[in-house]
Design a binder for this molecule. Structure first.
Ligand code: 5GP
Length: 121
């Protein structure tokens, strides 16, 4: 079960987004607050609140999100240089929108681990 979020409004074109890919199962658009030169969000059209809520029957759609990520990487020309895909879950994972999404980050060397700066303080 899932409540509608801002991502459902983007799917339904109730609020604008810079959409870069769409098919029957998924939508990809630019993150409003990019953390890298390329920062896209890939979401299922079917809302699933968190990765904890993924059911066995959702395996195809979740796998599809990562296929879309790799397809966009190829089309936009950064597949060879590389990129990062991230799914945040709940508060400790940094999730703020409760409709699962793959962050697709690229366009520069990305540091690892991503929380290194926070550990230094
Ligand atoms: P989370 O923190 O849940 O892993 O990621 C949510 C992402 O959604 C954030 O990176 C945030 O910048 C992005 N976001 C939140 N609201 C909007 C919006 O209205 N439009 C777009 N394009 N991105 C959004």
């Amino acid at each position: 079960m899932s409540q509608d979020t801002i991502f459902t409004k983007i799917i339904n074109r109730e609020i604008p987004a810079d959409i870069v890919y769409e098919d029957d199962l998924a939508l990809a658009f630019k993150d409003i607050n990019p953390q890298a030169p390329v920062h896209l969000l890939i979401i299922p059209k079917q809302p699933i609140a968190t990765t904890n809520d993924i059911q066995k029957s959702d395996r195809e759609i979740v796998g599809h999100l990562f296929w879309v990520a790799s397809e966009i990487a190829r089309e936009q020309g950064f597949a060879e240089n590389g990129y990062r895909t991230v799914m945040n879950c709940n508060e400790d994972g940094g999730q703020t929108v409760y409709h699962i999404h793959v962050h697709l980050l690229a366009g520069k060397p990305l540091g690892w681990p991503p929380y290194q700066e926070r550990l230094k303080t």
